[in-house]
Design a protein around this ligand. Structure first.
Ligand SMILES: Nc1ncnc2c1ncn2[C@@H]1O[C@H](COP(=O)(O)OP(=O)(O)OP(=O)(O)O)[C@@H](O)[C@H]1O
Ligand SMILES: [Mg+2]
Length: 246
């Protein structure tokens, strides 16, 4: 049974979509089959992060409504065999909260895959609810600043209330020369403040933005320190031991 992992944050812009795309590509490079679902209803961007922006025509609401078959709705980036994308609809109604949950159940039954990654939207509203209801476990992405970490703590509590107890922390955009200085939280503070086990740290790396602007995966950039961190986190997801640290 593939694991469905939702990537959430509470606060926006912490790096959820970048992490989802990076992990999807890293898992694919490891020979794992992975379905990436954009759970950001109304504001999808995972297609762009995977270089598929021009190819999206259907989304998970179309699949739920049987407008087309599941296999037909899944897009595959040429460079990443085993990786498939299902995009997010422009809107759904509040009474359709279990829509994605049903689609994820179908993916588990019908599509041979090892992991399902769901990129949630910002905030704790309907998008969050829809994405979390479809997941077995969660990754909370925060940056190492007090506001983001408080948002991550609130998000972790909400996950727990919704029955997702298997939740982990990724600290993104870590700047070694800043973290823990000038009253900024360090990684230990981040773990204490969120009360979540640390799955990994991703360094600040302008290659993330540059790769996205070029419509390619940062994993293709040899010198990218973020890509290295995404690979380490992907390995930890598969159960491999990789020492923490950046
Ligand atoms: N490790 C990193 N180093 C440098 N820039 C990064 C890093 N991670 C993400 N970014 C940049 O931060 C911005 C926001 O990233 P991203 O879109 O992944 O966040 P998000 O949490 O998905 O946002 P939203 O809440 O709006 O969905 C992007 O411009 C991205 O290039
Ligand atoms: Mg996003």
């Amino acid at each position: 049974m593939p694991r469905a992992i939702v990537i959430v944050s509470g606060k926006g812009g912490t790096g959820k979509t970048s992490l989802a795309a990076g992990l999807g590509c890293a898992l694919s490079a490891m020979g794992k089959r992975c379905v990436c679902i954009d759970g950001d209803i109304g504001l999808p961007s995972l297609d762009m992060a995977l270089g598929l922006g021009e190819f999206v025509a259907f989304d998970f609401a179309d699949v739920a409504a049987d407008v087309l078959g599941l296999q037909e709705a899944l897009l595959q980036p040429e460079a990443w065999p085993g990786l498939q994308l299902l995009s997010a609809p422009p809107r759904i109604a509040p009474e359709e909260r279990n829509l994605l949950r049903g689609v994820v159940r179908r993916i588990k039954r019908e599509i041979p895959c090892d992991y399902i990654l769901i990129d949630a939207g910002a905030g704790l509203g309907l998008s969050f609810d829809v994405a979390v209801r479809a997941a077995d476990s969660a990754i909370v992405v925060a940056t190492a600043d007090p506001v983001s970490l408080r948002g991550a703590n609130t998000t972790a509590q909400r996950l727990y209330d919704m029955g997702v107890e298997d939740a982990y922390l990724v600290v993104n955009r870590v700047r070694r020369n800043l973290t823990g200085r000038y009253d900024l939280p360090n990684i230990d503070d981040a773990i204490d403040l969120t009360e979540l086990p640390l799955l990994g740290c991703v360094p600040e790396d302008r290659q993330v933005l540059l790769a996205q602007a070029a419509g390619e995966s940062v994993l293709e950039r040899r010198k990218s320190t973020a890509a290295r961190a995404y690979r380490s986190i992907a390995k930890r997801i598969t159960g491999e031991y990789v020492p923490l640290g950046i």
